[in-house]
Design a protein. Structure first.
Length: 301
C-alpha cells in the first residue's frame, strides 16, 4: 500500500515474548507489505521491545515488562501515542489523515478480573466516541460469539461487547487463532465501534506459519471513505407512519408463509420447530437473504 490515506494493511498477533516468532513476523510484514502491526506480549530484552526492524516505529508504554505494542512500518502513517490511554498492557494510538481513528492493542491477563481491563476499554471508547475505535486484543476469553466454546469469562465479555454496541470482526474459519497441544480456541479478537464498521474489511486468519501457538490475523482498514458513491439500484419502497401497521402485518404474514414453504409443513407446532432451528442454527447468510426477500414481498403487498 503506497497511500495510507486510502487503506492500511494491518496484522495482529500474540508473540508470547518469542524472538523466533518476532523474526518470522518481520519477514511476514515485509512479504505482505503490512503497515500496522498490533502485538500482544512482544519480545522484550532489557526492558525494550527488540527484534523489530529499526526502520519501523514501535510504540510501547509503562515501566514494567510490556505486554502490548503497536508497530508502524509506513513512514507516511501519522500516528501519535495517547499516553493517558496507554500502559504495559494497552497501547492506544491516534492515527490522523483525511479522518482520525483510534487504534488500541490490548492484552487481557487471565489472572486479573475482566472488569479491570473493561474499565480501560471504557476509557478508550469515551475518548473515541466521535471518531471511532479499533480495539484488538488477546482477550483470554472464549465465546460462541467469536466461534469458540463459551466460558464464564467469555460470557461476561460478550455481554459487555453487546452493551457497548461493539462489533466482533472475527469471521468463521477453518483455522483458529490459537492452537496448542492442549486444544484450540479463538481468544484473539478484533473489535470496532459502529462509526468505523464500514472501514474494516478482509478479516482473516493467515495460513502462514507463525512459529507460535497463536496465528497471525490480518485485515485492511480504510482511513478515507471513497467519494465515488454508487447510486442505489433496484426498487425503492416508502413506508410512512400511516402504513406502518399494515407493513408490520405484511412482514409477519410473509415470514410465516416463507417458513412454511421452507419446511413444507402446515401445523403450528411444526412452524415453531422450524423457527427454533432457524434461530439457533448457524445460517446467518441464508437468514439475511430470506429476511431481505420477506421485506421485498411485504412491501409489494
Amino acid at each position: 500500500m503506497d497511500d495510507p490515506k486510502v487503506e492500511l494493511k494491518c496484522a495482529q498477533i500474540n508473540l508470547k515474548h518469542s524472538r523466533v516468532a518476532t523474526a518470522n513476523l518481520m519477514k511476514y510484514t515485509a512479504d505482505n507489505k503490512v503497515n500496522i502491526i498490533c502485538i500482544q506480549e512482544p519480545y522484550i530484552k532489557q526492558g525494550r521491545a527488540v527484534g523489530i526492524d529499526t526502520q519501523y516505529k514501535t510504540f510501547t508504554a509503562g515501566e514494567a515488562r510490556s505486554r502490548a505494542a503497536v508497530i508502524i512500518t509506513n513512514s507516511k502513517v501519522d500516528a501519535t501515542l495517547i499516553t493517558q490511554l496507554s500502559d504495559e498492557e494497552k497501547i492506544t494510538l491516534e492515527i490522523s489523515g483525511d479522518t482520525t481513528i483510534i487504534l488500541a492493542s490490548m492484552y487481557f491477563d487471565r489472572q486479573k478480573s475482566l472488569e479491570y481491563d473493561l474499565t480501560k476499554v471504557d476509557a478508550i471508547l469515551q475518548h473515541a466516541k466521535r471518531v471511532g475505535a479499533f480495539i484488538v486484543m488477546d482477550s483470554n476469553s472464549r465465546s460462541t460469539s467469536w466461534h469458540d466454546t463459551r466460558s464464564n469469562r467469555g460470557k461476561h465479555l460478550e455481554e459487555y461487547i453487546i452493551s457497548k454496541q461493539l462489533h466482533v470482526m472475527n469471521e468463521p474459519s477453518a483455522n483458529t487463532n490459537f492452537e496448542s497441544r492442549t486444544g484450540k480456541s479463538n481468544t484473539d479478537l478484533t473489535l470496532v465501534t459502529s462509526n468505523v464498521l464500514m472501514r474494516i474489511s478482509d478479516w482473516k486468519i493467515s495460513d502462514e506459519e507463525s512459529n507460535l501457538d497463536h496465528s497471525i490475523i490480518n485485515y485492511d482498514i480504510r482511513t478515507a471513505m471513497s467519494h465515488n458513491i454508487t447510486k442505489p439500484t433496484g426498487q425503492k419502497f416508502t413506508v410512512n407512519a400511516k402504513s406502518m401497521q399494515k407493513y408490520r402485518g405484511n412482514i409477519r404474514r410473509t415470514v410465516e408463509k416463507m417458513t412454511r414453504e421452507q419446511s413444507n409443513k402446515n401445523s403450528a407446532d411444526d412452524l415453531d420447530e422450524t423457527l427454533y432451528k432457524n434461530i439457533n442454527g448457524n445460517h446467518t447468510a441464508q437468514q439475511i437473504e430470506d429476511f431481505s426477500e420477506a421485506i421485498r414481498r411485504a412491501c409489494e403487498q
